[in-house]
Design a protein around this ligand. Structure first.
Ligand code: 13P
Length: 250
């Protein structure tokens, strides 16, 4: 997916009630042309809020995504699950796949690969997450792990034009710790190089995720290879989310 806009993706995880739509409405009020010329703002609330958010963002430039989907592309007896057709039907354009919180709770590379296939079938854009644990990092296995996640997760996927990538080191998620700037710049460049060489993706879009906040966004913005951010905790607070966006765009 070639896009020169900077991505700000709000991953609300398992947070949010009907009242939380106010946080979204505060961002909708931000009718700043300059921001929308330069930024793509995508909300990924929990499934329970997708319909409400979908209605709220109509006639705005905000977009909607789901945080996951079931690997089975057809309807079926899968209690508690939602497939790519269903999230598309409720207004999602995007889906986050391979998030480490779902990998930890059982999503193997093979399952993620099936989810990618079923999401492509529905013409959804995929935010494909990769990242190493602290243990893997300490053993110098980062590149090995990231390559394995990419190769296995994207196996037999011919059309990769609707896939963007998010590098989220597991040790950085929710910890307040972000990688050193040089390390992060190098890592993003290495991921892009691999995506170009191995998958022939001409202009890969690679986001960073992990403890992004108004406090560290200026440092992160110095890293020119990053194409945007996947934001957890700070994205639920509209003041913080807007602050992150404004500090990046201005
Ligand atoms: P935090 O921003 O809360 O660290 O979460 C990052 C993340 O997992 C986004 O997908």
């Amino acid at each position: 997916m070639t896009n020169n806009k900077i991505y700000f993706i709000a991953n609300w995880k398992m947070y949010g009630t009907l009242h939380s739509v106010q946080s979204l409405k505060n961002v909708i009020k931000l009718k700043n042309k300059q921001i929308y010329n330069k930024a793509k703002i995508i909300y990924c609330p929990p499934y329970t809020l997708l319909e409400l958010f979908s209605k709220s963002i109509k006639k705005t430039k905000l977009e909607l995504g789901a945080q996951n989907c079931h690997f089975h592309s057809e309807y079926g007896a899968f209690t508690g699950s939602v497939n790519s057709k269903m999230i598309k039907n409720v207004g999602c354009k995007y889906v986050i796949l391979g998030h480490s919180e779902n990998r930890i709770s059982g999503d193997s590379d093979k399952i993620i690969n099936l989810k990618v296939k079923s999401s492509i079938k529905e013409n959804l854009k995929i935010i494909f997450c990769i990242g190493e644990t602290l243990k893997e990092k300490k053993k110098n296995k980062t590149n090995l792990i990231l390559k394995k996640q990419l190769i296995n997760g994207l196996r037999n996927i011919k059309n990769k034009k609707n896939i963007i990538f998010a590098y989220e080191p597991v040790w950085s998620i929710g910890t307040g710790i972000i990688p050193k700037s040089n390390d992060l710049e190098n890592q993003i460049l290495q991921i892009k190089h691999f995506l170009k060489r191995k998958f022939r993706i001409k202009h890969p879009t690679v986001l960073y995720g992990g403890s992004v906040s108004p406090k560290n966004i200026s440092a992160l913005n110095q890293i020119s290879s990053i194409n945007g951010f996947l934001i957890g905790g700070a994205s639920q607070n509209s003041k913080k989310f807007i602050d992150i966006i404004k500090k990046t765009i201005n």
